[in-house]
Design a protein around this ligand. Structure first.
Ligand code: CA
Length: 227
């Protein structure tokens, strides 16, 4: 039986989560405050953590950070409606998914199932693409240069991560639009040029003089690595 640690200080929400997950065959461990969550996590590691962000003592982010420093155990964050940046922050800090309150019990069960089905390789060292001082974290959607996070829009970051995943491979603007923006994107391929420009600028400003992305004349772009 898979065990889920629920970290939540609101008794009503705790009760609902517990009822649905128990009914679906999961064992439950409960924690109402952060300290309790961390000691429960260490003493009896669960298969998954449902983690509320607003807790009376520690906040969910620092708990997530502590968990990530010692484990790849999947974590689903519980966030309040409208806190979109929580979602981004969550993925960056290493959350596997997030659920917005108020939620439906069935949705929680479905998310838990989906996350538990995923292979747990996401946060291991080998998933980081290292190009000198530039490190790309495709799964947690994160880019660092000399250990410092590079500030890019989510789309620009997706483009850089995609190109970095296929070093020295040429892509046309159309291919990049399909892969990064999605098939249903209807804007112009100028979007690619502008994104590349912003990425180069950000990388150069942070000490990577070649900007990593090379223009291939008459074709498109490639993430260039000296061989
Ligand atoms: Ca709370």
């Amino acid at each position: 039986m898979k065990k889920i640690l629920i970290v939540e200080d609101e008794p009503t929400i705790m009760r609902v989560l517990k009822a649905y997950l128990t009914k679906n065959g999961y064992a439950i461990a409960e924690a109402e405050i952060g300290e309790q969550a961390l000691s429960s996590f260490t003493q009896s590691p669960p298969d998954l953590v449902l983690l509320d962000i607003m807790l009376p003592d520690l906040d969910g982010w620092s708990i997530l950070k502590t968990i990530r420093s010692q484990s790849t155990c999947p974590v689903i964050m519980l966030t309040a409606l409208g806190e979109v940046d929580h979602r981004l922050k969550g993925f960056k800090t290493g959350a596997d998914d997030y659920i917005t309150k108020p939620f439906i019990g069935e949705e929680v069960v479905a998310r838990v199932r989906a996350v538990l089905r995923r292979p747990q390789t996401v946060y291991q060292e080998e998933d980081i693409l290292k190009y000198g001082p530039l490190h790309l974290y495709p799964n947690s959607h994160y880019v660092t240069l000399n250990g410092k996070e590079i500030d890019l829009t989510p789309k620009d970051k997706s483009l850089l991560l995609f190109l970095g995943h296929h070093p020295n491979q040429n892509f046309t603007r159309d291919q990049l639009l399909d892969h990064v923006w999605g098939m249903d994107y209807e804007g112009s391929d100028r979007a690619v040029d502008l994104a590349v420009k912003r990425i180069r600028k950000a990388l150069k400003a942070n000490g990577l003089p070649n900007g990593a992305i090379k223009t291939i004349r008459g074709l498109g772009y490639q993430f260039h690595v000296e061989q």
